[in-house]
Design a protein around this ligand. Structure first.
Ligand SMILES: *Cc1c(COP(=O)(O)O)cnc(C)c1O
Length: 396
């Protein structure tokens, strides 16, 4: 590790292989994976059908170029548009890159519609990535610190607050888009109110703004629907996807619909790796397996099961403020910083993470079984109860 840049405080474990919801370390110990590579490995690890598809693809083609037609890319775009109600897709390699593409699209849309200084309204506690522009849009001051000058063009407002969006637009006539996660992941598993999401849609229609939804974490079946915005029954203008789309093979994309479609022409945007045969085959196979194995239904049911389990386990426990989420995006908010629990859970052979200092985040694979869902609760609940029973200052 001496030659790795010091960007992660890594846990002292390395994994050699996995199967379904389990991972195995170098000593052969088995771990229950409630993190799934941070909402990436929806199919779990080493899903036999996924592995076979990738092996087949590697033997045929890994990369050509966007200079040529790429059939796997066309097929994945067709499939994603059918599932999402969107019209067209640009493929990149990560969530940040997808979001950069979405921001470039909004700006070019502004230029084409007499608003060359297009401003995008973004949310407090939003997470959109770590490139310069997506970092500027991200709510975390900790993540932004030290990277000025950041790109401009963002107006930040509180989440779930429609009056704040209206007020911001009254102060600045250059607003062109509103951008949000319908379920904030890094922001502490916060769910947008259905009425709020619908009011944003109406407001965007009224003013000719673009409604942009970052589904990088919440998309691809994780919440129990293909996309989180489908819970609010709204049709966004711009959507971005990444994490779960390739089940671990890097891929991201930006989708556009209606007046947001057709904005880019040749030369406006591009990428060397994006939309390659291997990544798109991974995306196609992921979507097909989710459908064939009923994994969205499983995500909804196991999510309910896990939340109900924790609610029962924490009834009357004062230090637990909330158990919330949708499908397999689950947050447990405590009354104090709880990063320490990640190590305790690791020692109990359970992989979790903590976001916003005090929210335990569980985003297990969509293939998780009922028994494994119960096991997450059984391993984590006693640790949390003991943790909040200790004096808060000592625990922090
Ligand atoms: C993880 C995440 C990103 C950034 O994706 P990367 O692939 O890490 O660049 C953007 N938006 C949301 C909502 C995310 O959860």
């Amino acid at each position: 590790m001496a030659h790795l840049m010091n960007t992660y405080a890594r846990l002292p474990v390395a994994f050699t292989h996995g199967r379904g919801t389990c991972l195995y370390d170098e000593a052969g110990q088995e771990y229950l994976d409630a993190l799934a590579g941070i909402a990436v490995n929806g199919l779990g690890h080493a899903h036999p059908r996924f592995v076979a598809a990738l092996q087949d693809q590697v033997g045929k083609l890994i990369h050509t170029s966007n200079i040529y037609q790429v059939r796997e890319q066309e097929r994945l775009a067709d499939r994603l548009c059918a599932l999402s109600g969107m019209d067209e897709v640009f493929f990149g390699n990560s969530g940040s890159e997808a979001n950069e593409g979405a921001l470039k699209l909004v700006r070019m849309y502004g230029h084409k519609h007499g608003n060359p200084e297009a401003q995008t309204i973004v949310m407090e506690r939003a997470w959109h990535g770590r490139t310069l522009a997506t970092l500027a849009a991200t709510g975390s001051e900790k993540a932004r610190k030290g990277f000025d000058p950041l790109p401009s063009g963002f107006i930040r407002v509180p989440y779930n607050d429609i009056a704040a969006v209206k007020a911001a637009a009254q102060r600045d006539g250059r607003v062109q888009a509103v951008w949000l996660e319908v379920l904030q992941g890094e922001g502490g598993i916060q769910v947008a109110d259905r009425e709020y999401a619908r009011a944003l849609r109406a407001l965007c229609d009224e003013h000719g703004w673009l409604l942009m939804i970052d589904e990088v974490q919440s998309g691809i079946g994780r919440t129990g629907k293909w996309f989180g915005y489908q819970w609010a029954d709204i049709a966004p203008d711009v959507v971005t996807l990444a994490k779960g789309l390739g089940s671990g093979v890097p891929i991201g994309c930006v989708l556009a619909r209606g007046r947001a479609a057709g904005v880019f022409g040749p030369g406006n945007h591009g990428t060397t790796f994006g939309g390659g045969p291997l990544a798109c085959r991974a995306g196609l196979e992921t979507l097909q397996i989710i459908e064939d194995e009923g994994l969205m239904q499983n995500a909804a049911a196991r999510g309910e099961q896990i939340r109900a389990g924790f609610k029962a386990a924490f009834a009357g426990v004062a230090g637990v403020r909330a158990v919330r989420g949708q499908g397999l995006m689950i947050g447990i908010e405590l009354d104090r910083p709880c990063g320490e629990l990640v190590k305790q859970a690791l020692a109990a052979r359970l992989l979790i993470n903590v976001t916003q200092d005090s929210v335990i985040r569980l985003v297990p694979p969509l293939v998780i079984t009922p028994a494994q869902a119960d096991e997450i609760v059984a391993r984590l609940a006693p640790l949390v109860r003991a943790f909040v029973a200790a004096p808060a200052s000592a625990a922090a």
